[in-house]
Ligand binder design. Structure first.
Ligand code: ATR
Length: 275
């Protein structure tokens, strides 16, 4: 029987993960299978146990189960422990469940793919929810000059900055606050709020972007997000989160199969399917 993997979510119908991992596997004629499973909201641990009993070796975890997955792990990567969330489960040879979070590394790799140099950069991150918590550590590891976290609820942004202060090597100015405390210009602005596909944008200054700045939205769609349209009008280069999705998947795949897939053709395939 070939090794089984899956993505757990609720709902899960529109997940692109099966397509992505099936494409990664095909690159090396790997016979693993990867499916989407809608786990019951009140028994994520049961769904994982059942999957393992049926030959499951690993899984991705998406909304709303990332904290449930975190809680069931017998072993965690340091970054997952700090993020308080798990998007990748790996069944160890000893039967223990290991958890990691690859979203942040996905963001950093996608920024690098687009030629963004994070070392020494001024970075603004909008939002302070679970999505942002997962990316702060890998961003800090790249040695930016500044990471400001700005959020509608200022205290949440300040709290997040405090939570990660111990990881900061002192070279990065890590701080958080409300949108009114934002003063540009920034080299990279990452939108991690859920207010990007529609609705109102956070109130931000018009001179947010340094020359050559990149505006990154963790969301993506067939059309540019409201945030990316706004950013383009102010001279920033827009990049959506499709590549982050592919890169976080690639890191999960690597942990399961010990092979780094080629992400470029898979990015291209997904982009084509969006239009
Ligand atoms: P996720 O897991 O996607 O991060 P979340 O934890 O619910 O979801 O966080 C949502 C984020 O989007 C929060 O930072 C939220 O701001 P608050 O902490 O002030 O609630 C932000 N957000 C949602 N709607 C927003 C809006 N209309 N304008 C600005 N920020 C918004």
């Amino acid at each position: 029987m070939s090794d089984r993997y899956c993505v757990f979510g609720h709902p899960i119908g529109h997940s692109k993960s099966p397509q992505i991992h099936t494409a990664f596997a095909a690159q090396s004629a790997d016979t693993m299978t990867y499916t989407a499973i809608e786990a019951p909201k009140d028994d994520f641990a049961g769904a994982w146990r059942e999957f393992v009993a049926a030959g499951g070796r690993g899984a991705n975890v998406t909304v709303p189960f990332k904290e449930d997955a975190f809680r069931l792990c017998e072993e965690l990567s340091p970054r997952a422990r700090r993020a308080g969330a798990v998007n990748t489960l790996v069944l160890g040879k000893d039967g223990r469940t290991f958890g990691d979070t690859t979203d942040g590394i996905g963001l950093v790799r996608d920024l690098q793919y687009h030629g963004v140099i994070l070392a020494g950069a001024r970075v603004l991150v909008l939002g302070a929810g679970g999505a942002v918590r997962g990316v702060i550590e890998p961003l800090l590891a790249e040695g930016p000059a500044e990471v400001m976290i700005a959020n509608r609820t200022a205290e949440k942004a300040a709290g997040l900055a405090t939570d990660f202060a111990a990881l900061n090597d002192g070279q990065t100015r890590l701080h958080g606050g409300g949108f009114d405390a934002v003063t540009g210009p920034f080299d990279v602005v990452v939108n991690g709020t859920s207010a990007s596909l529609g609705g109102d944008l956070p109130p931000l200054p018009d001179d947010l972007f340094a020359p050559g700045a990149t505006a990154y939205d963790m969301m993506y769609g067939a059309k540019p997000t409201v945030f990316l349209v706004w950013a383009s009008e102010r001279g920033a280069r827009p990049v959506d989160g499709l590549g982050m999705l592919v890169e976080q998947a690639a890191e999960s795949f690597y942990q399961w199969r010990q092979r780094r897939p080629d992400t470029a053709p898979v990015r291209e395939m997904l982009r084509q399917a969006l239009t």
